[in-house]
Ligand binder design. Structure first.
Ligand code: ATP
Ligand code: MG
Length: 658
């Protein structure tokens, strides 16, 4: 490192607030700070701003119907079709030749669908689904990897008013069966396989195994042929080849059905990081308006953009911000099949350079991996097309934020750290990139019109600096309407904790811990279940993790509480050293110091275990429950939902070793 670079690093390290660059502000979709007041004063009518981004077949009578809270209804009386909004209207506006989806396979092949192409494909598949007998309101399960046929199938379902339920391709056969059973779904669209790190992966065997666990008759299964000769598979009687069926319907025209604003658009089972999957129900009007509005105001999407959300469509992030939000706004959205380090660790940067990506949205876990790999990979590419960066899924610690800001954004792109959930449908707490100052490590203020607060156990707002819980005291259009076929669990899970039924005051509880600062910026501390109680002090695991990964030489860390005879619980740290560093006494000492400096002696780690990997769920979130069991010396629970089950034994062998 030269002296100049070293002083630049030092300056960045100390800087706590960053203003959006002038060049960004000048062109941003939303720049008037008055929007916060405007939304507060005109609530709930302010949400017409979101609804106005859509084309309605029948305009709505009421913005918000709260007569049966917390079963809120939005834009009641309105009718629209999501596929019409994502496709036809852009074609009618003359954008038929604009790229809608730019798909890239792991081996390098690409497919480009213009809005015109995509509409034609969607109509052909919608006709196919109808032929198979799919009717309005039938739930169609889509168990598919990142192939273009996935968004095509989603939009085809939307076109005929059949809600989809996408099951992440990395999930097990069992997970597929559970979800099909829960949704009474009689139709499945799946795929023979896909590529991972250059290998052809068999997916159809897993799908077939899952089908055996379905407790009702499955009438039809459509199979996309992704692997061709690479994988031989046979189709049983009710299984059909996607291409054959679609070829028969080429050129078909299928009118988009008029859906009530409150009709279900899709079901999405949450990732299950914390327990039994919940079938989150999202609707056509409110959800789509909210995905479009947040895509417009937070991701700053414009029709001429090339935009890339490097998530999987199997998660809500992919639903809202690869498919529905960007397509409703007429943007070009990038879809990548594979892993970020295949064939090499610069794959993503290579795609950004080649496609001239304007806006890039990813997860902190990915950013920490990029950091670990080193700056030489992004440095090989010209990333100057980027205008805005985003993160979602977990808190991003300041060191990773600054790395992203400098090495990917070249200090010229604002970063939006977006807090939201499967249940919220879209972003809830984040800065508006053309307005707010950014503070690395804190998500930001609630979006305009969003009643997010930080409260104590009694529901009273906490003082700045105090830890508490996030709650949302006003409904919003993108909110889940219920858990599928389980209104009771919907109430128990999200509303019971802080609502007062007698006074009809309903407060949504996302089950995340947080704190708030003097400017109203909210820092998420992690799930309520992840709070550790050391000698009566409540500590947020994510806050300690952020302190540990703030130490030079540590790439990623997980912190959990383990049983302790005296303290009740003690802090255990599992950490991955950065490339070029060794996990040893020196690094351990610095990790402990990092925690002491930023939190205090109460959070002093009992043990720091270095490991090359952490156990992660398929969505990339750390499975803390397992690490807790290891720390407490308990028998280990089910590890089958892990992406990397082998690491658990390796880690367990090390604990207590030194
Ligand atoms: P499940 O609810 O099934 O256990 P999950 O909560 O991991 O799984 P998601 O809905 O995908 O499923 O994740 C939402 C959660 O992710 C939030 O409640 C929060 O804990 C975390 N999260 C998301 N974005 C952020 C962010 N920007 N900062 C901090 N935490 C975040
Ligand atoms: Mg959750």
């Amino acid at each position: 490192m030269t002296q100049d670079e070293a002083s630049l690093e030092a300056r960045l390290e100390e800087q706590e607030a960053f203003d959006p660059p002038e060049s960004f502000v000048e062109q941003a979709n939303v720049t008037d700070p008055g929007i916060y007041e405007e939304f507060a004063e005109n609530w709930p009518d302010c949400w017409e701003r979101a609804a106005d981004l859509l084309s309605w077949e029948e305009s709505y009578d009421t913005v918000l119907d709260d007569s049966d809270a917390p079963f809120y209804e939005w834009f009641t009386g309105g009718e629209l079709n999501a596929s019409y909004n994502c496709l036809d209207r852009h074609v009618e506006d003359g954008a038929s030749d604009r790229t809608a989806i730019k798909w890239e396979g792991e081996l390098g092949e690409t497919r480009t669908y213009t809005y015109g192409d995509l509409l034609a494909e969607v109509e052909a598949f919608a006709a196919t689904l109808r032929e198979l007998g799919v009717e309005e309101d039938d739930v169609v399960t889509l168990y598919m990897p990142m192939v273009p046929e996935l968004p095509i199938a989603m939009l085809a379902c939307a076109r005929i008013g059949a809600p989809h339920s996408v099951v992440f391709a990395g999930f097990s056969a069992d997970a597929l069966a559970t979800r099909m059973n829960s949704a009474d779904s009689e139709y499945l669209v799946t795929c023979d396989g896909y590529y991972r790190r250059g290998d052809a992966l068999d997916h159809i065997s897993k799908a077939n195994e899952g089908l055996e666990g379905v407790d009702h008759e499955v009438s039809d299964v459509v199979v996309v042929d992704r692997l061709g000769d690479e994988l031989e598979h046979s189709l049983s009687e009710n299984q059909h080849d996607y291409d054959e069926l679609v070829a028969e319907n080429e050129g078909a025209s299928v009118e988009p059905v008029s859906r009530d604003a409150e009709d279900m658009l899709f079901l999405m089972y949450t990732s299950g990081t914390t327990g039994k999957p919940k079938g989150v129900k999202h609707t056509t009007g409110g959800y789509l308006a909210y995905a479009a509005w947040t895509g417009h105001s937070v991701l700053d999407l414009k029709p001429e953009d090339t935009y890339w959300c490097a998530a999987d469509i199997g998660w809500i992030t992919g639903h809202s911000y690869i498919v529905y939000g960007p397509l409703a706004l007429g943007t070009s959205t990038v879809m990548y099949e594979g892993t970020p380090d295949y064939p090499d660790k610069d794959r993503l940067w290579e795609i950004i350079e080649r496609e001239e990506v304007d806006v890039f949205y990813t997860a902190p876990t990915a950013i920490r991996a990029f950091m670990k790999w080193g700056t030489e990979y992004p440095e090989q590419h010209d990333l100057s097309s980027l205008r805005l960066l985003g993160t979602v899924g977990e808190p991003i610690n300041p060191r990773a934020w600054k790395w992203y800001y400098k090495h990917i954004g070249n200090e010229e792109c604002p970063i939006v750290d977006t807090w939201w959930q499967t249940e919220t449908g879209g972003m809830m707490i984040t800065t508006l990139p053309g307005i707010n100052t950014m503070k690395p490590g804190t998500a930001g203020p609630p979006l305009p019109g969003i009643g997010a607060q930080v409260v104590d156990a009694q529901g009273e707002e906490v003082d700045a600096g105090q830890a508490g819980y996030v709650t949302v005291n006003k409904p919003w259009p993108g909110m889940l309407r219920t858990l599928y076929n389980n209104d009771e669990r919907f109430i128990n899970e999200y509303w019971e904790e802080y609502s007062d039924e007698e006074t009809d005051e309903w407060v949504y509880f996302p089950e995340d811990g947080a704190k708030i600062d003097d400017d109203g910026y909210i820092t998420i501390l992690g799930r309520v279940d992840d709070v550790i109680n050391v000698s009566g002090h409540r500590l947020g695991t994510m806050e300690i993790e952020s302190a540990v990964v703030g130490v030079e030489g540590i790439a990623e860390a997980a912190v959990v509480g383990g049983d302790h005879e005296v303290k009740g619980e003690a802090v255990y740290v599992y950490a991955i050293p950065e490339d070029g560093y060794e996990g040893g006494d020196d690094l351990e000492e610095r990790a402990v110091e990092g925690v002491l400096d930023s939190i205090g002696p109460i959070a002093k780690p009992e043990e720091v275990v270095f490991t090359p990997e952490l156990p992660k769920t398929r969505s990339g979130k750390i499975m803390r429950r397992l690490l807790e069991d290891i720390a407490s010396g308990n028998e280990l629970g089910n590890t089958s939902t892990l992406r990397n089950p082998d690491v658990v034994d390796d880690i367990a062998a090390q604990v207590g070793d030194d």
